[in-house]
Design a protein around this ligand. Structure first.
Ligand code: SF4
Ligand code: SF4
Length: 378
């Protein structure tokens, strides 16, 4: 499965599921939006296995994206989840920081004939359908670029499709020009890239998130009555405590309680068909996906919603429940079969525009084409 296939599905409600396997990570990237450390609590593996085991051939997400923290701290769990998913017809992608390549090029002798992938991790890589590695200036202080490239080469040699998730400070960041050129020089068209922007501020600071995680209007003034749909509300996210939320906004993933309209259940109590029904059937989520939270607040919230709107795209969305008129407006707009149709049409329109247009809107626009590099065709 190539990166472009994954991104093609991104606007489709419940076509994918993001699962945060753990908040633990042995690296200390300065911009880490999840604030991952090795002291974070361990996940309940039983809940994750039970929930993934509820996928059936008739009802499953098209893709399962395993993230962290560092999911490859748990290679056996990764492989088991990917196996359960595959049995139901779901393809699995994995996003790693490649911590196991930290010493490549830093210690004499190099990784040797056996390669840089430890056996346990190689088995997890063999179990997934797509392997993505994070790379950015902060990450390169933890893991050398040569080590990351070595890992990707071994993954490709093993027959698994791979991609890079790259971060820079914006379109003009010389790091992005340098790293994308280096990837093309090393791999040609075989490894597509998803390029995002992040501000160069400290670990755990709220604005250190990729623009895609701060809403499509991040940093841009716009007419509040204009529809500005949020396609991040399409794929549910299993947080590290098992809570299932409606999107990958980090405050929504991290803060408790979750606003009721963004809460979809718990991996220890609910099954996939229930979470899918809540994702696709909620009028508020349908309205967020089709017109966006800012328009809901501007159109239906009245003057009382002005301050909420001004707080920002995602902050406004998270506070929708404090404005019953806006929620009622969402229900009028997006309930019943007409609301379902509206939702499907919005997703279809975005999918017809293709993955490059999607990344141009949510990622670092000048590099959007790199998402559609052919890859390995596996
Ligand atoms: S690899 Fe990812 S999870 Fe780990 S510290 Fe870096 S940004 Fe955070
Ligand atoms: S908080 Fe709302 S607007 Fe922001 S990503 Fe989540 S669903 Fe979308």
């Amino acid at each position: 499965m190539e990166l472009a296939q994954l991104m093609d599905l991104r606007p489709q409600p419940a076509a994918g599921l993001l699962m945060m396997l753990t908040r633990r990570c042995p690296l200390r990237c300065a911009h880490c939006s999840t604030g991952s450390t090795m002291t974070a609590a361990e996940p309940d593996a039983g809940n994750l296995l039970r929930f993934t085991g509820s996928f059936t051939s008739a009802d499953h997400p098209e893709t399962l994206l395993l993230t962290g923290g560092e999911p490859l701290l748990l290679p056996e769990l990764t492989a088991e989840l990917a196996g359960l998913a595959r049995a139901a017809g779901t393809r699995t992608a994995l996003l790693t920081g490649a911590f196991f390549a930290r010493d490549v090029g830093r210690t004499p002798g190099g990784p040797g004939a056996r390669g840089v992938l430890p056996d346990r991790i190689r088995r997890a890589v063999d179990a997934v359908d797509h392997f993505s590695v994070s790379l950015d200036a902060f990450h390169e202080r933890e893991v050398p670029r040569a080590g990351v490239f070595r890992v990707v080469r071994e993954v490709l040699d093993a027959g698994t499709a791979a991609s890079f998730h790259l971060l820079g400070t914006g379109p003009e960041d010389p790091y992005l020009a340098d790293v994308t050129t280096a990837v093309r020089r090393e791999f040609g068209d075989r490894v597509p890239m998803l390029v995002n922007s992040v501000r160069p501020v400290g670990r755990a600071a709220a604005d250190a998130r990729p623009a895609a995680n701060r809403g499509p209007a991040a940093g841009v003034a716009h007419d509040p009555l204009r529809a500005l749909p949020c396609s991040m509300a399409a794929w549910p996210v299993v947080a590290d405590d098992g809570t299932v939320v409606a999107c990958c906004n980090q405050d929504t993933v991290d803060r408790r309680p979750v606003p009721p309209h963004l809460l979809l259940g718990h991996a220890g109590e609910d099954d996939w068909p229930t979470v899918r029904r809540r994702t696709t059937g909620s009028p508020v989520l349908r309205a967020v996906r089709t017109v966006g939270p800012t328009r809901l607040l501007a159109r239906h919230g009245g003057p009382a919603a002005q301050a909420t709107r001004d707080a920002g795209y995602c902050a406004g969305c998270r506070a929708l429940g404090e404005h019953p008129e806006a929620v009622a407006g969402a229900e009028r707009l997006a309930s019943g079969p007409a609301g379902a149709l509206l939702d499907q049409r919005a997703a279809r329109r975005q999918r017809e525009a293709g993955p490059v247009a999607y990344v141009r809107r949510h990622g670092c626009a000048p590099y959007a084409d790199l998402v559609a590099l052919p890859g390995t065709g596996s």
